[in-house]
Ligand binder design. Structure first.
Ligand code: GLC
Length: 542
């Protein structure tokens, strides 16, 4: 591998959903000191970097994606000193750290939004957000835009004089008012926030909800049908998503990032319509990489996956950006469960139609998918717990649910809590080492997770954890930036080589696939003596 290429071109990044990773202070909520203690686990797993979800002061209306102060740490998560110590320890272990920047919206408790409310209509403080008069004499929202969590994207305020007044835009929860990114004050504030974290030594920034940050001037109707849900991967010419002006924001940040040493990374979360629109986020003067949601959403189907892989690589080649491959995150149903369902594709934001899942089948496919993901050219994102083969927790009691999707969908979509259940580290019963014994985690863990703890899987060579460790080690040894060449092993089989010394074969058909030629170095599951069985995968090397 050419070590002069920036690290992020081939990095495996582990997503740390901070609230659910490890609780260091015994309040049932994960935090920075808890993460810091567990860094050796991540180094031992073999990932290159971690992306940590927001740790900023927040009322937690959306699990920390509602930020009230961009330059501090919520006391529930720790302190700035804890973050400095985390960065130092991570770097000493060879791990890079990517932070989450939520710049489309602030919390409704942010001083700017409070000032905007207090200032009343026409106050300059309102120009940092998107306040508008309602239609129909003020009683109806200014347009038909919708929230990603369900329902309208507008909320009406009570003015300082006590009367119902203007409306403000929130593409997510009402507690997350959208900023107006045409405001120079907003632009300058976030230039400074970006510098604040880069100065502190973070290796990268994940750009939350990147396509949301620009809106078509005049805020025209989107033409959403009544009851529409947020289908951003299908929208064309939508006035509140993936609007071309959004790229100016990224160019601004890239200019700042380029003044720092150390190959700092910007990666966007962008669910947009197809790989060509996505490639625009990673043009040479914009962000470096972007999550590949088409891959995440693809069903367990060889044709569909191959189309996504080919479409991604073809769209990114002209802009010179590496692909990223991702199967799960804190926003979607865990893929062990998805791959066990008849409809195995993903929806986002917890709007999946739940259905019966064959979890043994789902796990077998998930293990095969891990080998596919880690063999593809580019980088990969792993979501905490996927290396343990955790399924979605689908039976959380309704009164435990915290994701705004649950209430905003009129309690029809259970939302994202089922993929956010705190990690099981060790022991026979909850909290499974996530928190001190006797402390209840913020979401209840299933009793059955005793078999899935890190401790239970650690020494078992057939465990999912052992498979991930082996795959990550081999990936470092065998794979760099070699391009992919498809091999034809018949219908329902994804097979490719990466240079002369590596092959990956994934069997999505219902027959065994003969393997010959190169030696087998890793098998996702089962016994391949009579060919590669269905729903498994193998890596081969000389
Ligand atoms: C992103 C985050 C998600 C959050 C939303 C609003 O999609 O991943 O968790 O709810 O942005 O900030």
């Amino acid at each position: 591998m050419d070590d002069r290429r920036p690290w992020w071109r081939t990095a495996v990044v582990h997503e740390v959903y901070l609230r659910s990773f490890a609780d260091g202070n015994g309040d049932g909520l994960g935090d920075v000191p808890g993460l810091r203690e567990r860094l050796p686990y991540l180094a031992g797993l073999g990932v290159d970097a971690l992306w940590v979800t927001p740790w900023y002061p927040s009322p937690m209306a959306d699990g920390g994606y509602d930020v009230s102060d961009y330059r501090d740490v919520d006391p529930r998560f720790g302190t700035l000193d804890d973050v400095d110590a985390l960065l130092a320890d991570a770097h000493a272990l060879g791990l890079r750290v990517v932070v989450d920047l939520v710049a489309n919206h602030t919390s409704a408790e942010h001083p700017w939004f409070r000032a905007a409310l207090a200032g009343g209509p026409g106050a300059p403080e309102r120009s940092r957000y998107l306040f508008r008069d309602g239609r129909d004499g003020g009683a109806a929202p200014p347009n038909d835009w919708i929230s990603a969590f369900g329902g309208p994207a507008w909320t009406r305020v009570t003015e300082p004089d006590g009367r119902p007044g203007q409306w403000y835009l929130h593409l997510f929860a009402p507690e997350q008012p959208d900023l107006d990114w045409t405001s120079p004050e907003v632009q300058e504030e976030f230039d400074d926030v970006v510098r604040f974290w880069l100065d502190r030594g973070v290796d990268g920034i994940r750009v939350d909800a990147a396509p949301a940050m620009a809106k078509v001037p005049g805020l025209p109707d989107a033409g959403h049908p009544p009851g529409a849900t947020f289908a951003s991967s299908e929208w064309v010419g939508n006035p509140h998503w993936d609007v071309d002006e959004v790229h100016e924001v990224f160019r601004r940040w890239r200019r700042i990032g380029d003044t720092y040493d150390g190959d700092r990374l910007f990666v966007s979360e962008a669910v947009v319509n197809g790989p060509e629109r996505l490639a625009r986020y990673v043009r040479p003067d914009e962000l470096h990489t972007t999550f590949n949601f088409d891959y995440l959403k693809a069903p367990w189907d060889a044709g569909a996956l191959r189309r996504v892989v080919d479409g991604t690589l073809a769209a990114l080649a002209p802009v010179g950006a590496p692909a990223t491959w991702v199967l799960s995150s804190h926003d979607e149903t865990r893929h062990v469960t998805r791959f066990g369902r008849a409809h195995s594709g993903a929806a986002v934001m917890g709007f999946d139609a739940a259905g019966p899942a064959d979890l043994a089948l789902g796990l077998r496919r998930a293990r095969a998918a891990a080998l596919l993901t880690l063999a593809l050219p580019g980088g990969a994102y792993l979501y905490q717990g996927e290396e343990l083969g955790l399924p979605e927790v689908e039976d959380l009691p309704a009164d435990a649910l915290q994701d705004p999707t649950w209430e905003r969908s009129g309690r029809t979509a259970r939302g994202r809590d089922g993929c956010r259940v705190p990690l099981p580290w060790s022991g026979e019963r909850p909290p499974f080492g996530f928190a001190p014994d006797g402390v209840a985690p913020w979401l209840p863990q299933p009793e059955g997770w005793r078999a899935l703890t890190v401790a239970a899987q650690d020494a078992d060579p057939s465990s999912t954890l052992s498979l991930y460790r082996a795959a990550l080690r081999l990936r470092r040894e065998l794979l760099g930036e070699q391009p992919l060449s498809w091999l034809d092993l018949g219908d329902g089989v994804l097979a490719f080589s990466r240079g002369p010394g590596f092959r990956c074969v994934v069997n999505l058909s219902d027959r065994a696939v003969p393997l010959d030629g190169l030696g087998r170095v890793l098998l996702a599951s089962g016994d391949a003596s009579a060919g590669l069985p269905p729903d498994t995968a193998a890596w081969l090397a000389p």
